[in-house]
Design a protein around this ligand. Structure first.
Ligand code: BGC
Length: 369
């Protein structure tokens, strides 16, 4: 035991050096890691289980690279998988990761039922879980890392109201996220807290309200086309729960050659921001995924070493239906044409070259970007 400890310390020291030189390997199958914060104990392997590629581009374009970088910087060995929207694939990926030596799972579930099953199995094997971005209801996660998701919804609701301006009794349609995603419930709680009083007071009219299963953008297009059909095209503004859904609305409007109307979004995707610049979308919500990834890596280190997380990181508790899960919840930021430059661009979340490529070049110039 003693020898093992000494060997561990030596290895950890070497790993610290490697990490400091920026040479830590990641994504591989070995469970050899860095020091993860310098207290000497070896960091245990983490497996990240991402949900899909179609509900939002964020998972592959932002979360994967930012998580990879955060864990690498922290000297924590990490393996990242994407379930491509398939619950049994995610289950298998979790089992495989545990077999490969992962001691901590970072899970973005596809729904609470399948997430809770993964967490029960992990717990039975002594593997810790961090719910990443989406809370697993009645799960076993040790921590939950996300944004204040009710606030995300509030920003969307307020953004829509401000984009509608002085429009008399605007006719509003709601295109909600997946009914299986606890975040979608929280977003709706946020935007309905802004919109419901207006509906009740007769200051606005809700003309359609539908959830989009699995946040599927293709289904969102069909749903929105049906909304247009049902309302005779009389919709003045759309509360779309993320940029992917917003883009389905924009596509439907463009193909019918309808004038753009205020549409909200979320994730500050390149496409969402471009839609904002062209005037087809009125706002998005920027969630600094770098901060989310950094918080997750710090919690993973604390868990792997049996330590308390850094002071201030865990700043709340979230009710999973059975327990209060210690949570690190970050602040979302509302983005419009006016502050796009000072937020997502200034943060390096999106690169100007990408945002202003091709047809967007002149639009960017006009907007002073
Ligand atoms: C995330 C959003 C994302 C959506 C679809 C939600 O749980 O918080 O950022 O747009 O899932 O993937």
């Amino acid at each position: 035991m003693r020898t093992q400890m000494t060997t561990r310390r030596v290895l950890a020291g070497a790993a610290t050096l490697v990490a400091a030189l920026g040479l830590t390997a990641c994504g591989g199958g070995d469970d050899d890691g860095g020091s993860g914060g310098g207290s000497g104990a070896k960091a245990q392997k983490v497996a990240v289980l991402l949900p899909d590629t179609q509900s939002s581009v964020r998972w592959e374009t932002a979360d994967r690279p930012l998580l990879e970088a955060a864990f690498k910087a922290a000297g924590v060995p990490v393996e990242i998988q994407n379930a491509q929207g398939d619950k049994s694939t995610q289950q298998q990926q979790a089992e495989q990761a545990i077999t490969n030596g992962a001691k901590i799972l970072l899970l973005t579930n596809l729904d609470s039922g399948s997430g809770a099953a993964i967490e029960a199995q992990a717990a039975a094997k002594g593997v810790k879980v961090i719910d990443y971005d989406r809370l697993t209801l009645k799960g076993k996660a040790d921590y939950y890392v996300s944004f204040d998701n009710v606030k995300v919804g509030e920003l969307q609701g307020k953004g829509l109201v401000s984009c509608l301006g002085s429009k008399e009794k605007p006719r509003i349609a709601e295109l909600n996220g997946s009914p299986d995603d606890n975040n979608a419930t929280l977003f709706a709680q946020g935007y309905n807290s802004v919109l419901d009083p207006l509906f009740k007071a007769g200051k606005a009219e809700k003309v359609a309200d539908q959830s989009v299963p699995d946040w599927d953008n293709q289904q969102a297009l069909t749903i929105y086309e049906q909304m247009l059909q049902k309302t005779g095209g009389k919709i003045d503004g759309v509360l779309a729960a993320n940029d992917g859904l917003a883009n389905s609305v924009v596509s439907a409007m463009r193909s019918r050659k309808l004038q753009p109307i205020p549409v909200t979004g979320q994730d500050a995707t390149v496409q969402g921001l471009q839609n904002i610049l062209t005037g087809d979308q009125c706002m998005t919500v920027y969630k600094a995924i770098k901060k989310e990834a950094d918080a997750a890596s710090k919690l993973a280190i604390a868990l792997s070493k049996g330590q308390q997380p850094p002071a201030g990181l865990v700043n709340g508790k979230s009710d999973d239906g059975a327990r209060q899960v210690p949570s690190a919840l970050l602040e979302p930021v509302s983005v419009t044409k006016d502050n796009l430059k000072d937020t997502v661009l200034a943060d390096g979340f999106v690169k100007r070259e990408e945002l202003c490529a091709g047809k967007l070049a002149s639009v960017c110039e006009k907007a002073g970007i």
